[in-house]
Design a protein around this ligand. Structure first.
Ligand code: MSP
Length: 522
C-alpha cells in the first residue's frame, strides 16, 4: 500500500477577504489530512492563493492599490484564516512566487512539446467573475437583456490573439479514465454531470491572454500570459517542487484528493486531467466537490451584504464548535445553510449535552470516589460488553465513511455511540452506587461503580481518538484528562485499553453550554 497521501484545497482568489466558503473547504481538507495521519500515512496538505487574472487585477485597481501590495495584503488574510482554523498545511503556495512561475512554465513547455498548443484568434464570451470562457449555449438573458452566464456572472465579448490547447483530443481518454475510476469525482451526481459534459464533445480551450499582463508569461511568447486557470491548477505541482520530479517530495504525486466547491468541478475534473495527460503526468485519484453555504437561506454575496466572516465565527463560538458545526450540519457534497440558531443548537445538543457533560460527569465521579485515579474493574455485565462493542465496532464504520469524505456520517456514528453511553450512565447511575450503605454492600457497589466509570472512560477515549481530526484541540484536552499517552492517540492504538491505576488529568469543562446572551455579536 502507498504510504503517501496528498490532499489539496483550492487556492483562493485574493480579490477579497476570506468567507465561510473558503474556511469550509480548508477545514474539510484539514480533517481529511489529520485523519490520514492518524491512520499512520504520511500526508501532505497543500493550500495557497490564486493571485493572477483579470478579477484580481480589477479589484486592486478599484482599491487604488498596486496589484503587488493588494495581493500581498489579501494573501496574508488567507494565511491568517488557515492558521486560526488550525489547518495543518505543509505548504502555502502563492501563485505570484517565483517557484510557481518556474513550475507553470515548465508544465507549459510539456504541452508544447506534445504538440497540443496552436495559435488562433479567440473571439467569444468571457466571465471575469468566474475567470471562465463560456459559449453561447451556456448563457441566458439577464437584466436589461444582457447576456449572463448560467452561474449568474456577467460576460464580456473578448477578441484577442491567443494560444489554444487541444482539449478535444482528450475526450476519449477522459471518458476511459472515468469508466476505469467511477469514483474519480464524488458525489456521483457530479461525476455524471462531468461525464455528460465530456460526452457531448469538447472544444479546444483558449489558454493564453494578450489583453492584459497580470499573469505568468508564456515562455518564449512575448505579450502572452497564461490563462489563469491553467496556471492556477499547476499550483498542485508547485507545492511538490515540480519540475524537479526526482525530489522525494514528488513521491506524493498524484494527488489523492482535491477538495473543491461544486462551482469549479469542470476545471478539476475535465481540464486538469486533460492537461496532465498532455504533460505525461499521472492523474489525480479523486476530486470531491462540496456544496455551497447560504446565510439564513439567502445566497451569500457582497452586494447583499450577508458575507459571513469565518474569523468572527471563531470569536463568537470557539474554533472547535465551528469546525464541528461545518462538517456535521451539512451532508458533505450538499448545499447547506448557516444560521446562528443552528450552530447554537449543534453546540448545545451534541457537544455540550452529548459529549462535554458526559466527560464531566464521569471524571468528577472518578475524582470523588478514587481521587482521580482510574479504578480497577470488577466483572463485566452483558450491558458493559455491549457498550464496549458498540464503540469498538464504530471504528470500522468511521473509517469507511471518512474514506469517502462522508464526514457528517462519520460524526453521526460517533455521536450515536455517545448517546448509547449517555443512556448507559443514566441506567447504571454510578453516582447512586457511591452513596452510603453497610460496609460490605458499600464495597460491592463501589466496585460496580468503578467498573461502569472505567468502561465509560474507555469509550470516551475511543470517541476522542476518532474525533481528533474534527476537533483537535478539545479532543487533545479530553485525552489529557483521560491520561492517554501522546503515543497512544493514533488509530493503531485505538484497540488498546486504558490502564487501571492511571492518574487522570485535571478536570476541565469541555464545550460548556452556550447561552444566547454570552455569544457576542449574536
Ligand atoms: N481560485 C479558484 C480556485 C483555483 S484552484 C486551482 C477559486 N477561488 S475562490 O476563492 O473563488 O473559491 C475557492 C473555493 O471557495 C471554491 O472551492 C468555492 O467553491 C468555495 N466557495 C466560494 N463560495 C462558497 C460558498 N458560499 N459556500 C461554500 N464554498 C464556496 O475558485
Amino acid at each position: 500500500m502507498r504510504n503517501y497521501f496528498y490532499i489539496t484545497t483550492p487556492i483562493y482568489y485574493v480579490n477579497d477577504k476570506p468567507h465561510i466558503g473558503h474556511a469550509y473547504t480548508s477545514v474539510a481538507s484539514d480533517v481529511m489530512a489529520r485523519y490520514q495521519r492518524l491512520r499512520g500515512l504520511s500526508c501532505y496538505l497543500l493550500t495557497g492563493t490564486d493571485e493572477h487574472g483579470q478579477k484580481v487585477a480589477k479589484s486592486a485597481k478599484q482599491a487604488g492599490e498596486t496589484t503587488k501590495s493588494f495581493t500581498e495584503r489579501f494573501a496574508n488574510n488567507f494565511r491568517t484564516m488557515a492558521d486560526r482554523f488550525n489547518i495543518t498545511y505543509n505548504d502555502f503556495v502563492r501563485t505570484s512566487e517565483k517557484r510557481h512561475f518556474l513550475c507553470a512554465q515548465a508544465f507549459w513547455r510539456r504541452l508544447e512539446k506534445r504538440g497540443d498548443l496552436y495559435n488562433k484568434q479567440y473571439e467569444g464570451w468571457y466571465a471575469v467573475r468566474d475567470e471562465c470562457y463560456y459559449d453561447d449555449s451556456e448563457l441566458v438573458d439577464g437584466k436589461g437583456g444582457r447576456r449572463v452566464a448560467l452561474s449568474g456572472a456577467e460576460v464580456e465579448w473578448v477578441k484577442e490573439p491567443s494560444i489554444f490547447f487541444r482539449l478535444s483530443k482528450y475526450r476519449d481518454s477522459l471518458l476511459f479514465y472515468y469508466d476505469a475510476h467511477p469514483d474519480f469525482v464524488l458525489p456521483n451526481t457530479r461525476m455524471n454531470e462531468v461525464r455528460t459534459f465530456v460526452e457531448n464533445g469538447l472544444l479546444d480551450l483558449c489558454v493564453s491572454r494578450t489583453s492584459f499582463s497580470w499573469g505568468v508569461p508564456v515562455p518564449e511568447r512575448n505579450g502572452h500570459i497564461m490563462y489563469v486557470w491553467v496556471e492556477a491548477l499547476t499550483n498542485y505541482l508547485t507545492g511538490l517542487n515540480f519540475p524537479n520530479d526526482t525530489s522525494s517530495l514528488f513521491n506524493y504525486w498524484p494527488a489523492d484528493l482535491h477538495i473543491i466547491g461544486k462551482d469549479i468541478v469542470r476545471f478539476h475534473a475535465v481540464y486538469w486531467p486533460a492537461l496532465l495527460l498532455s504533460a505525461g503526468l499521472e492523474l489525480p485519484r479523486r476530486v470531491f466537490a462540496h456544496g455551497w453555504w447560504t446565510n439564513n437561506g439567502e445566497k451569500i454575496s457582497k452586494s447583499i451584504g450577508n458575507v459571513i466572516d469565518p474569523l468572527k465565527l471563531i470569536d463568537n463560538y470557539g474554533l472547535d464548535r465551528v469546525r464541528y458545526f461545518m462538517l456535521r450540519e451539512v451532508p458533505f457534497g450538499e448545499d447547506g445553510n448557516f444560521s446562528d440558531s443552528a450552530i447554537m443548537r449543534r453546540s448545545n445538543d451534541d457537544l455540550a449535552n452529548g459529549l462535554g457533560n458526559l466527560c464531566l460527569r464521569v471524571l468528577t465521579l472518578v475524582k470523588r470516589g478514587w481521587n482521580g485515579v482510574l479504578p480497577s474493574c470488577g466483572e463485566f455485565t452483558s450491558e458493559d460488553r455491549a457498550l464496549l462493542k458498540i464503540f469498538k465496532d464504530e471504528e470500522e464504520n468511521f473509517k469507511k465513511k471518512m474514506d469517502i469524505c462522508l464526514f457528517h456520517r462519520a460524526l453521526e456514528g460517533i455521536f450515536g455511540c455517545l448517546a448509547e453511553a449517555n443512556r448507559y450512565i443514566t441506567k447504571e447511575a454510578p453516582w447512586a452506587l457511591l452513596s452510603d450503605g453497610s460496609n460490605e454492600d458499600r464495597q460491592n457497589k463501589k466496585t460496580r461503580a468503578g467498573t461502569v466509570l472505567f468502561i465509560l472512560c474507555d469509550c470516551l477515549r475511543m470517541a476522542a481518538i476518532d474525533l481528533q481530526c474534527f476537533m483537535p484541540e478539545s479532543m487533545s484536552r479530553i485525552l489529557d484528562m483521560l491520561g492517554v499517552d501522546n503515543s497512544d492517540r493514533h488509530f493503531i492504538a485505538r484497540g488498546k485499553r486504558l490502564h487501571e491505576g492511571t492518574e487522570l488529568g485535571d478536570i476541565q469543562a469541555i464545550f460548556p453550554r452556550l447561552n444566547k446572551k454570552e455569544v457576542p455579536n449574536n
